[in-house]
Design a protein around this ligand. Structure first.
Ligand SMILES: [Zn+2]
Ligand SMILES: [Zn+2]
Length: 136
């Protein structure tokens, strides 16, 4: 994977750069992800927290993650694009929304998580390992 990995929001005011390869790549089907991105699931990469550099104004909204930890969901204050997060428990990694990458085709999901919350119209790759809840 070519580094740095770059991405940003719909309006372009928030940009980010990732200087290390992702630790994991996941499709999360939990209800809070569904709500926050307005889609069947959130595709995200987990990257080392120290490797993520963010520029531009963004806001955070605190939600209780399905695992019971506080997840701060970061979004552009201007256009509302969901970009990245911060977990109160897993502080060494940060989730970054795969669809906000400049080249989203580099994303290679490795697992489906929280499939117990998935919608009947959510179509998943059956070749990927699936977890009813969190694998971590
Ligand atoms: Zn924006
Ligand atoms: Zn989720």
């Amino acid at each position: 994977m070519k580094l740095p990995i770059t991405g940003g929001c719909l309006c372009g005011k928030v940009r980010y750069e990732i200087s290390a390869p992702p630790i994991d790549s996941v499709n999360c089907h939990c209800r809070t992800c569904q709500k926050s991105v307005g889609a069947a699931y959130l595709a995200f990469m987990l990257v080392p927290a120290s490797a993520l550099t963010i520029t531009g104004d963004y806001k955070e909204f605190a939600t209780l993650s399905a695992s019971g930890h506080t997840l701060y969901r970061g979004f552009c204050a201007e256009c509302g694009t969901s970009l990245f997060g911060r977990n109160s428990y897993f502080t060494h990694v940060r989730p970054v929304a795969a669809a906000t990458l400049d080249d989203p085709s580099i994303f290679q999901p490795k697992k489906n998580i929280w499939v117990a919350d998935a919608q009947p119209w959510d179509i998943m790759n059956p070749d990927l390992p699936s977890y009813a809840g969190s694998p971590w």
